[in-house]
Ligand binder design. Structure first.
Ligand SMILES: NC(=O)c1ccc[n+]([C@@H]2O[C@H](COP(=O)([O-])OP(=O)(O)OC[C@H]3O[C@@H](n4cnc5c(N)ncnc54)[C@H](OP(=O)(O)O)[C@@H]3O)[C@@H](O)[C@H]2O)c1
Length: 271
């Protein structure tokens, strides 16, 4: 059996020394992310997947599909955004910290979408470490959160889901405009399907899982001409491959000032 690069050890052993030795950031990858779109936002989706398009095993385990280079890339993405968004499924499966530990840069705000109040207050995402923590949930019932956690109560669509555009409008209203949608498959797919991503970074690790959670869950299509064909640049990250997809052509209008005023009135802080 091939031994994979030990990404877990890299994370555990991370120190200021590792960060000091960090290589220059590749401008071809990061320069486009420093620009804002015409709505003054930059929204990046990321997926770390196997060659056969899996982001987790059938039991939901995903630590660690990507090796050291892929993980460093993820931490650099976190370091350049105002906020990282994850779905509740990811927090339940991984209890992630969502901090920047392998690169230079500040920790982003941590945002979780938890419409049905499934999270426990002891999870790491809620650690009171001076970083903004935001919960996005449905209107209707008070969210049980500790003091200092910002709760955005947002309206749902006919399908019972909160539209990604509404989520982004409300995050912009509280000053969060550079956003990383870190996972999982359900959450990234919803933002992509809604035309709410500027870019998508897919990091392919040299692994075949053979079963497990697929990277995307989008509505079924019948013909290949209905599939998304993306403008893409490929970059080698050690033994992994980054597909940097420019989704500007698929992007829908995200910021509507009247909607922004309406929805921002629904935002308030707990405690
Ligand atoms: N390899 C990677 O890059 C990577 C990254 C992150 C996570 N993961 C893995 O991915 C798995 C979790 O992914 P997942 O797809 O099952 O779950 P997920 O995307 O983390 O969370 C999905 C849930 O979040 C809520 N949600 C998200 N967007 C919403 C919206 N617009 N409106 C309303 N609710 C919304 C819903 O909660 P309700 O169910 O309560 O309605 C939804 O079922 C885990 O195994 C994790 O390890 C892998």
């Amino acid at each position: 059996m091939v031994k994979l690069p030990n990404a877990a050890t890299l994370v555990q052993n991370n120190s200021a020394e590792n960060v000091e030795r960090e290589e220059p950031w590749p401008a071809l990858i990061f320069d486009p992310l420093h620009q804002l779109s015409d709505d003054n936002m930059m929204v990046i989706g990321q997926i770390g997947q196997t060659i056969d398009g899996r982001i987790a095993t059938v039991t939901g385990q995903s630590k660690y599909i990507n090796g050291p280079a892929g993980l460093l890339h993820l931490h650099r993405l976190r370091a350049i955004v105002d906020a990282v968004i994850v779905g509740v499924g990811t927090v339940i499966a991984d209890d992630p910290q969502l901090t920047v530990r392998l690169a230079k840069g500040a920790h982003p705000a941590r945002v979780v979408i938890d419409p049905n109040h499934r999270l426990h207050p002891d999870l790491k995402i809620f650690n009171d470490d001076g970083v903004r923590r935001v919960v996005i949930t449905k209107q209707g019932h008070a969210y049980p959160a500790a003091d200092g956690i910002e709760i955005l109560y947002l309206p749902t669509e006919e399908d019972g889901r909160i539209s990604p555009a509404t989520i982004l409008q409300n995050l912009a209203a509280i000053g969060l405009r550079r956003i990383l949608i870190e996972g999982g498959a359900d959450t990234v797919s919803r933002f992509m399907h809604a035309g709410c991503l500027d870019r998508l970074h897919v990091i392919v690790a040299p692994i075949i899982m053979g079963s497990g959670r697929a990277s995307f869950c989008l509505p079924a299509i019948e013909h290949m001409d209905q599939a998304h064909r993306l403008a893409v640049h490929a970059h080698k990250l050690d033994n992994e491959l980054l597909f940097d997809c420019d989704l500007a052509a698929l992007r829908q209008r995200r910021t509507d000032s009247s909607a922004l005023a309406k929805f921002s009135a629904l935002c308030f802080q707990s405690g």
